[in-house]
Each structure stands twice: as structure tokens, then as C-alpha cells.
Design a protein around this ligand. Structure first.
Ligand SMILES: Cc1cc2nc3c(=O)[nH]c(=O)nc-3n(C[C@H](O)[C@H](O)[C@H](O)COP(=O)(O)OP(=O)(O)OC[C@H]3O[C@@H](n4cnc5c(N)ncnc54)[C@H](O)[C@@H]3O)c2cc1C
Length: 500
């Protein structure tokens, strides 16, 4: 069978991506998502064209902004890729220095400031970063060809400028059991059969950020695995519209406001996040796109390297934190409370917490080290500290923003009532703060605070900060592994004059 007559399922990433018009602008990206025929379930129905769905579109807009930033600020959002010897979007660039990782963090903060939500592209970047080194290391041990396959894929992905989604988290069923011990083997994605041409996988990936906004998905194990879990030790690259893949859309708090008329009550009408349960029903992956098959002893190292990158990527939340501080300062002014010393002090505390997150994340990038493949990786201790700060501080920052905003942040009547013939003028009279500030400005600022602390974008600012890249205990385990208590005890013994 020659290349022309191959079934599309077997087509190489290069052939498929070379056929695709290269994406340059944000508008190109939006166009690239049209007419893909992906199966998406939302509110008990299938969605004919996700791009035009009012609930889905804000999440697409957030990814669109990553393309627009690359054009408006190329120093920040593009990098020179040695793989194709050309500039690429930084979200597809393998870091080859600590400076690369520092600039990546600055870009992530900027994206958070622009969108006020999860812009969904970090997990894919951190996945390709870890695949660079882990495929190299597996090849060194087993003589496999994974690294060459990976580089071929990444070169095509960089040229086409696509989005890569990260499918790591399995549904996991009974948390006390290993994958092979589960009553239902599909609780973790696994290989069901191997043929001369490739493998078939079945299972699901949970909470997938930007699931159906991605052109390709990288699936990989979610935890350390033993020999009995070999079929679960699989890494594969799959087009997002591959046969057998379906997406079930995750609800977000207040998401149905997307269908209402008007934009004020949406809080952030333009941008939102997206998570899907991505289901793999006997999905074929040709060998060319398989990057791990049974090398279970590398699963733990892969997860640990992924988290070293990804837990520092959570500096993106400091961009959202900047928006929260701005919103709190603005609503204090609108309420006429900005001169109160406790308000000023709360704003200082919010900034202190936000910058504490940033400092641990950026420090982990400055302390990055090279791996044998040539990719550079964040300092793991500091990136775990960064993520652990993220599991707490955005909640505290949100509490202070709600404190400063006043109870009206949760009792404000609807935009439609403000427009009502009788209720409208009453509301415009009583919802006023300072005289010279239009009521609508106050309404909008309150809705933004609501959106980020209780509404759709609280998913990205709060609960994703808690669980994304691993729940808090996962960071404490990593910190405990690396804290070198014995070395620290020796320091104390020496100073205390205790000699063995
Ligand atoms: C908004 C959002 C976006 C996300 N995006 C992505 C993505 O793009 N790609 C991706 O792969 N994943 C993604 N995730 C998934 C994220 O990595 C997981 O939520 C996280 O790893 C926790 O897993 P879980 O949600 O299954 O919770 P659980 O594992 O059920 O954890 C719940 C609690 O139980 C505890 N627990 C769990 N298992 C055990 C055990 N065996 N022993 C003791 N305690 C245990 C945990 O510490 C935690 O406190 C996202 C999550 C969120 C919320």
C-alpha cells in the first residue's frame, strides 16, 4: 500500500499536517477548527459546529489570543526552533536554556492578564517538552526509535503551528487500586491490541483542558506503573478528530449565561476555559505515532518531569491575579472606599501573594538544568513549591477581592432588570457608588469579580489552581522526596557541635 492509498487513520502526522494550511493568525486558528466533524456532547445533544456555539466559543477565543500574541509581541511569544531552524510559536518550542523557560513564564503571565482565564495551551507545551527527553532516554535503554518519531511529529506540528492537547489524567475508578486491579480495565487508557500497523487504545482522559480545541492529542500515563500494568504504559499522538474519539463537555459554574442576551452578566464575555472528558473507543494509533509501548519503568519519571514543567507553568495564574488586584482596586474606587487604610493594605497583601507565586515559578526556571536529550527542565523542588502556593493563594486573593467588592458581588440583579422600563431606573438609582462613575462600570466590575471567583473563570482561577497538575498532596509528596532531611539534620548537628 503506497502513501496515496493509505487509510487516513494510518497517515503520518507529517503528511496530514503538511496538507493542512499553516496557521498564522488567530483567525486562521478559528477557521482550522471548522468542519472537523468531531463528536461533542453538550446538554444531552451533539453539537453540530462547536466553533459557533456560544458556550464553547469563549474557550476558542482564549486559544486564539495565543496566536495573536505571537504576532503582536514576537519577542515574548515566539522562539527560534533548532528543530526546523525557524521561528515558532513559543507554545510549541522545546526549551533549550533556562532563559527559554523564564520567557515562557513571562508569556504565560501575559496571557493570563489578557484573557483572565485558562488559555489551555500550557499542558500541551509541557507534554512536548517532556516527550523530548523521555523518548530519548527510552531509546538509550531499549534501542527503540521513539525520539526520531517524536522529532518528526514536532517538526510537522511546528510548521503547521497547531494546538496539542495533553491527555494525562485517567478517570482512575477506585483510587486504592492499580490500573490492572480495577474492576473495569478502561478506568485507565490502555492498549487493547497490537497489529503490524499499530496499536488500538481504549479508555478516557478526564478534565482535558482545551480538549476539542486541540488539533492533536498526546496521551500518556498518569502515574507510576508496574510490570502488570505494561498495557497502560502507552504514549501516543492522535489527531483530535480520529475515528473513535468523542468529547463530553464539562459544565462550568454559571456557564448557561453564555446563552443569555447581553454581555454584562457573563462577567468576561470574550474568554473562557474548556475541559472535556475525552473518550477513546478502540482508537487506532499507527506505530509512527507511538512513543511508548510497555516501557512501564519510565512512567514515573515521565510524570515527574511533566510536573516539574507544568507546576511552574501555573505562574499563568499570576496574570489572572493581576486582573483580580486591578478589579479589587477599581471596585474600591467605584465604591469610594479606596482611601481606607485596610483596603490599601489588602491590595498590598493580594500583590504579595501573587508575586510569591511568580517568584517561586520563575526561580524554578532560572534554576533549570539540561537533560541528556538537550531539553532544559525546571528545578523540580521550586516548581512544586510554586504549584503548592497556587493551590492556596488565589483563594485568599479571591476572598480579599470579594471582601473589598461588598455583598453586592453576589446579589446584583440581572442585566435585563437594569434595562427594564420600571425596575431599570430604580436599579440605576440604588446601584450607584461614587457619583461620577457610571453604574454600568460598577456592574461590569462586580460581574468580572463574580466570574473569576464564583463563575465560569473560577474554574481556571481557583479549582484548576487546586487540582490541575496534581492535587496539593501530590506536591507535598514531591517536596518530601527532595527535601533531604538527613542533609539538613547534618547541618544542624554540625552547628550544635554534635559529633557521631
Ligand atoms: C480545570 C482542570 C483542568 C485540568 N486539565 C487537565 C489536562 O489538560 N490534562 C490532564 O491530563 N489533566 C488535567 N486535569 C486533571 C488534574 O491533573 C487532576 O484533577 C488531578 O491530578 C487530580 O486528579 P482527580 O481530579 O482525579 O482527583 P482525585 O485523584 O480523585 O483526588 C481527589 C483527592 O483524593 C486524594 N487522593 C486521590 N487518590 C488517592 C490515593 N490513592 N491515596 C490517597 N489520597 C488520594 C487527592 O490527594 C485529592 O485530595 C485538570 C483538572 C482541572 C480541575
Amino acid at each position: 500500500m503506497n502513501a496515496e492509498t493509505k487509510h487516513p487513520r494510518e497517515e503520518s502526522a507529517k503528511a496530514r499536517l503538511d496538507r493542512m494550511p499553516s496557521i498564522r493568525t488567530g483567525d486562521d486558528y478559528v477557521d482550522s477548527l471548522r468542519n472537523r466533524g468531531v463528536t461533542v456532547y453538550l446538554f444531552g445533544e451533539t453539537v453540530a459546529e462547536p466553533v459557533d456555539n456560544p458556550m464553547i466559543r469563549p474557550s476558542i477565543n482564549a486559544l486564539k489570543a495565543t496566536y495573536d500574541l505571537a504576532i503582536s509581541d514576537p519577542d515574548l511569544a515566539t522562539a527560534h526552533s533548532p528543530i526546523i531552524d525557524a521561528p515558532v510559536n513559543r507554545f510549541l518550542h522545546i526549551p533549550t536554556s533556562s532563559e527559554d523557560l523564564v520567557t515562557k513564564n513571562r508569556m504565560q503571565r501575559r496571557m493570563g492578564q489578557i484573557t483572565g482565564t485558562c488559555f489551555q495551551r500550557c499542558a500541551g507545551l509541557d507534554t512536548v517538552s517532556v516527550l523530548h527527553s523521555i523518548t530519548y532516554d527510552i531509546d538509550q535503554k531499549h534501542g527503540t526509535a521513539y525520539h526520531r518519531r517524536f522529532l518528526d511529529f514536532l517538526a510537522a506540528a511546528q510548521r503547521a503551528n497547531i494546538i496539542i492537547g495533553a491527555g494525562m489524567t485517567d478517570p482512575k475508578g477506585d483510587r486504592s487500586k492499580r490500573p490492572h486491579e480495577q474492576a473495569d480495565p478502561d478506568m485507565f487508557l490502555h492498549v487493547t491490541r497490537r497489529t503490524e500497523r499499530g496499536i488500538y487504545v481504549t479508555g478516557a482522559k478526564a478534565h482535558m483542558t482545551g480538549g476539542l480545541n486541540s488539533h492533536w492529542i498526546a496521551v500518556m500515563p498518569t502515574m507510576n506503573l508496574g510490570e502488570e500494568d505494561s498495557d497502560y504504559a502507552v504514549v501516543g499522538l492522535v489527531p483530535g478528530d480520529a475515528e473513535g474519539i468523542s468529547y463530553i463537555y464539562g459544565r462550568q459554574s454559571c456557564d448557561a449565561r453564555a446563552f443569555e442576551a447581553g454581555e454584562i452578566d457573563k462577567g468576561n464575555a470574550r474568554f473562557g476555559g474548556q475541559e472535556t472528558l475525552t473518550v477513546f473507543d478502540d482508537v487506532f494509533i499507527p506505530w509512527e505515532h507511538v512513543l511508548m509501548d510497555g516501557e512501564y519503568e519510565f512512567a514515573q519519571e515521565m510524570v515527574s518531569r511533566f510536573t516539574a514543567y507544568h507546576r511552574a507553568s501555573y505562574v499563568c495564574k499570576t496574570g489572572l491575579g493581576d486582573v483580580m488586584v486591578g478589579a479589587a482596586a477599581a471596585i474600591a474606587e467605584m465604591n469610594g472606599a479606596e482611601k481606607a487604610s485596610h483596603i490599601k493594605d489588602k491590595l498590598v497583601e493580594m500583590v504579595h501573594l501573587n508575586e510569591t507565586i511568580f517568584s517561586s515559578g520563575i526561580a524554578s526556571s532560572h534554576e533549570a538544568k539540561p537533560l541528556p536529550s538537550g531539553a532544559w527542565m525546571n528545578d523540580s523542588m521550586l516548581s512544586n513549591v510554586c504549584k503548592h502556593n497556587v493551590t492556596r493563594f488565589p483563594y485568599e486573593i479571591s476572598r480579599m477581592a470579594q471582601d473589598i467588592a461588598g455583598g453586592i458581588v453576589v446579589t446584583l440583579p440581572s442585566e435585563a432588570d437594569f434595562e427594564h422600563e420600571i425596575a431599570g431606573p430604580i436599579l440605576k438609582k440604588y446601584m450607584k457608588g461614587k457619583d461620577d462613575i457610571p453604574v454600568e462600570h460598577r456592574q461590569r466590575m462586580l460581574r468580572l469579580i463574580e466570574n473569576m471567583t464564583l463563575g465560569r473563570n473560577a474554574v481556571g482561577y481557583l479549582t484548576e489552581s487546586l487540582h490541575g497538575a496534581g492535587s496539593p498532596q501530590a506536591q507535598r509528596i514531591q517536596i518530601a522526596r527532595q527535601m533531604d532531611a538527613e542533609g539538613k539534620k547534618k547541618l544542624a548537628r554540625d552547628l550544635a557541635g554534635i559529633r557521631d
